[in-house]
Write a protein that binds this ligand. Sequence first.
Ligand SMILES: C[S@@+](CC[C@H](N)C(=O)[O-])C[C@H]1O[C@@H](n2cnc3c(N)ncnc32)[C@H](O)[C@@H]1O
Ligand code: SF4
Length: 427
Amino acid sequence: MELTLKRETFVTTYPPYSVLSAKNVSTIWERRPINVYVHLPFCPKRCNFCYYRIEESKGGDEVTAYVNVLLQEIALLRDKPEIQSCSMQTLYFGGGTPTMLSSEHFIQIMEALEQVFPKTPDFEFNVEVRPGGEATQEKLDTLKRLGVHRVSIGVQSLDDVVLKENGRNHLSNMFYGTYERVRQAGFDWVNCDIMSGMLHESEESWKSTVRLLSEIRPENISIYKMEVFFNTKLFRKLRQNPDMLVSDDAEAANFRWARKFLEAEGYFMWNNSSFVTSPKYIHKHRQNVQYGAEMLGIGLSSHSYFLDSMFQNTADMNEYVEKISKGELPISRSYKLSKQDQITRYIVMSLKNLTLSREHFIENFGLDITSVLPAKIEELTSQGLIHLDEKQLYIDPEYYDFADDVARFFYPEHLQEDMLAHISRKG
Ligand SMILES: C[S@@+](CC[C@H](N)C(=O)[O-])C[C@H]1O[C@@H](n2cnc3c(N)ncnc32)[C@H](O)[C@@H]1O
Ligand code: SF4
């Protein structure tokens, strides 16, 4: 096209007004869909490996007191104009053990949340459940009535010795009982978490857990490599003797065996730890959050990524209660992401999720992925760890279980080693 200089029309704005239309008026006030996480930090007993912010509790008054403060936190959020422009696409009740709450507590929390956030038409609601007596039929029926779609059960192992040695407060038969009650309540979308590399795990106990679990066919099986963080009972036990841990190689071999086995049983791996029987069981909450979407955390110690900031509520129960009773949000630390951080976050979180869509990347940042960090992409491509095609940048399927390492390679130099202190496995 040739530029003709003729001093004809004055530029008022871009794009020109001709692109405006009446049908788009309602989109101006459309709410932004976000993901909401609610932390419910009570467990009957802390498992030896658990690093989450939980309180050991028998339930009762202290749970009610916490729920009352949580309801006040939700009311404080309701007054924020930034929150009033959001809708709720996914909701996740995590913990701790959410079923330490009563049915009445769940109803109160849902009523409070619904006053703040309208649900999107594709709303998805997840709840974590521990195998145990507190997950009663009555509570599970209430959760079903409240609209929970997906129940995630922390199985960890189906070997009773492994369960005992890792300080789980249940045996395998309690899992089967809980699973039955969950199905009885009408849930047709169940995830079961298991952990590889637990103390006293053998190749035999691992294979038997995976086989037994796949026989009852939950729609989703998630496998987490057990990590030993400094704030766990296990860390203190293993500091003197890290050799008690299953070696890195044995853990990786077990994971790879499980992947092959589950794939042969009709499951497919959709991210670095999760296997589903059909794409419809890929849960949006995890997928959205892993792709870097906004998540608002509510409750003690919960994390958020909202309005380009990461922030966290205090992990100190007294401070949590005190701040909220003074009418303040209990946020204790935050970080505002620069544009560069946002780009890195998108790359890291997408690769953790196995694929990065080139089209989404352009939609978000106006750039093609190849123009960002080309040297790093080139290095990983030449090692065969990732591949680039017209549509996506993706992890080689042979290296799915190393997706976190590949993702971490995109951290800037000064953050490469930045992680919580933990005990490494030996090769
Ligand atoms: C917050 S827990 C909630 C589930 C429920 N409280 C339970 O344990 O049954 C979520 C999942 O995190 C995983 N997890 C806990 N501690 C872990 C660790 N040290 N390393 C890796 N995964 C861990 C477990 O698989 C657990 O099911
Ligand atoms: S039951 Fe779950 S949240 Fe509670 S201590 Fe054990 S792993 Fe942690």
